[in-house]
Design a protein around this ligand. Structure first.
Ligand code: 6PG
Length: 258
């Protein structure tokens, strides 16, 4: 991201918030981070591992990444793409995070499809899918044990403070012995699949994308309010040795104390 895109940086107890003008600049800044993170990873280790999020903001980023100007800057043959979370729906559903990304963006890039790793929502149960996803991640990283380090993890934040499919007061918040887990979300009456805190906290670069006035009050509570991670799961994302950045557009950042 070029410094000129950032209107101001607000330092908070939970990491810096970079404020940009609007959703288009946000998407552009995110696409720039995507390109830079992959280049740095390929340079350092020969490969890059990215976890995408669902939600609306990454869709705009994806459209940009599929455009010629960005597409040519990415070493697609060195990249493995995963998702931070998924809904318990088939890949061809409009509700599917991976399905939508494949249709909108990934299908328009030269990434080899065997390096694109959606949660396998065609298995019998969400628990089976989470276990299979953990195995897929371990195989791609060549790590039968330990916590793999994604080079870039993109996250959104819901207006209830959830991130990925770590929803307030749900069981997945306490899962620390697995990379991925099923998470039934009572208020949605729906099953979700999500990576767990240890994976997010091991990320080399964790980037939240937050857009719109509807997020302003929650963003203030999450980054500047008292600790309450059971109610505001986004608060508990704390990369251990990686970086954490909140990228917010002006309406989303409107309630922050400067
Ligand atoms: C999902 C997402 C979720 C999302 C937030 C924010 O599958 O719903 O992964 O965690 O990122 O709800 O979504 P928006 O960016 O669309 O507000």
């Amino acid at each position: 991201m070029t410094a000129s895109n950032v209107l101001r940086r607000i330092d908070t107890p939970r990491g810096p918030v970079d404020v940009v003008a609007d959703p288009d600049v946000l998407a552009h800044a995110a696409a720039d981070r995507f390109v830079a993170a992959i280049a740095a990873a390929v340079n350092a280790r020969g490969r890059a591992f990215v976890a995408l999020s669902g939600g609306s903001t990454p869709k705009r980023m994806g459209k940009l990444l599929a455009s010629p100007a960005f597409r040519e800057q990415v070493a697609w043959d060195r990249l493995d793409l995963f998702w931070g979370d998924e809904r318990w729906v088939p890949l061809d559903s409009p509700e599917s995070n991976a399905g939508e990304a494949l249709r909108d963006f990934i299908g328009r890039t030269p990434i080899p499809l065997e390096r694109v790793h959606p949660f396998p929502t065609d298995l019998d149960t969400p628990e089976d899918a989470a276990a299979a996803y953990e195995a897929t991640i371990r195989a791609a990283f060549g790590m039968p044990e330990g916590i793999p380090r994604f080079d870039l993890i993109l996250l959104g934040m819901g207006d209830d403070g959830h991130t990925a499919s770590l929803f307030p007061h749900t069981k997945a918040l306490a899962v620390r012995d697995r990379l991925a887990t099923a998470n039934f979300v009572p208020k949605l009456d729906a099953d979700r699949l999500t990576l767990t805190y240890p994976v997010f906290d091991a990320g080399r670069e964790v980037l939240f994308l937050i857009s719109g006035a509807g997020k302003a009050d929650t963003l203030r509570q999450v980054v500047q309010g008292p600790d309450d991670p059971e109610r505001l799961p986004s608060q508990a994302i704390r990369p251990e040795s990686g970086s954490l950045l909140w990228l917010a557009d002006r309406p989303a950042a409107a309630d922050l104390d400067r």
